[in-house]
Design a protein around this ligand. Structure first.
Ligand SMILES: [Zn+2]
Length: 269
């Protein structure tokens, strides 16, 4: 049985490239209609600036400042601009490391940029950060360390179980519809601390049949968790929502804090 629409307002999509769908405004309207909360991750600082204007309303969409590692050679030159922008938002992503490239210089540049971004985030201490770690889980975990001042969310984790076990207990993992369908994804999810599991679409890069997954499809992830945890869908959705709240509580509010906004979920204080 698929969870009903009633659980959608409880769900926080912590990693969605909403601006990259064929019709972002229509999707934003559906998100608002479903009363969901979406952390809209961007690939570049320019995309972030555009999204901040374009999705100023509805306020349940939170543009996040990104610099994706796959394009780091083109993006590295805007790191100073990135760090200036970083002061006006608490939502950071997509950033990280991607070791699909075997070029050691490129990997080194990715680490240098990530190190700088993490240092800036740590200085401010209020960030909610979505991190990419394909084939680079151990390096990402080493760079984040054990007591990072802020919320670290490893998105679509695909490292080993040993790496997962090395992750300190404050790190969160956002899981998606592709993970709950794959054998390997399920093994990893079962190895995660259930109270550190969050949800993400990573759309439009994940498909359900012929179409891109979208935030309301996170019902499928909640269905999976409800079966795993042997509870109702509403209880599973509440548990994930509480995990998000716990992970982000105590983080000082930045200027774009949305907690005073009537249409947001009661997520961060
Ligand atoms: Zn992504």
């Amino acid at each position: 049985m698929t969870a009903s629409n009633a659980i959608l307002p409880l769900i926080i999509d912590t990693h969605c490239h909403l601006n990259l769908y064929p019709d972002p405004d229509a999707l934003a309207a559906r998100v608002a209609g479903d009363r969901m909360t979406v952390n809209l991750v961007t690939n570049t600082p320019d995309d972030y600036v555009q999204c901040k204007t374009r999705f100023a309303k509805p306020c349940a969409i939170r543009p996040s400042l990104g610099m994706i590692p796959q394009h780091i050679q083109e993006l590295a030159g805007c790191i100073d601009h990135y760090c200036e922008l970083l002061r006006d938002t608490r939502y950071i992503g997509e950033i990280g490391l991607d070791y699909v490239t075997e070029c050691e210089d490129e990997r080194r540049l990715q680490r240098k940029i990530l190190e700088r971004i993490l240092a800036e985030c740590a200085n401010q201490g209020d960030k909610i950060i979505s991190i990419h770690s394909r084939r680079a889980a151990d390096d990402v975990l080493a760079m984040v360390g054990r007591d990072f001042p802020g919320t670290i969310i490893l998105h679509w984790f695909s490292g080993s179980e040993a790496s997962l076990n090395r992750a300190c207990d404050t790190i969160c993992f956002s899981i998606n519809t592709a993970m709950v369908r794959s054998r390997r994804g399920k093994v990893l999810i079962r190895a995660m601390n259930p109270d550190r599991i969050l949800t993400e679409t990573d759309g439009p890069f994940i498909h359900i049949g012929e179409r891109a997954a979208e935030p309301r499809d996170l019902r499928l992830v909640i269905d999976f968790l409800a079966r795993e945890w042997q509870c109702s869908q509403i209880d599973a959705a509440r548990r994930v929502q509480q995990s998000y709240q716990r992970a982000t509580v105590g983080i000082a509010a930045a200027p774009d804090d949305v907690s005073s906004c009537a249409c947001t979920t009661p997520s961060e204080s």
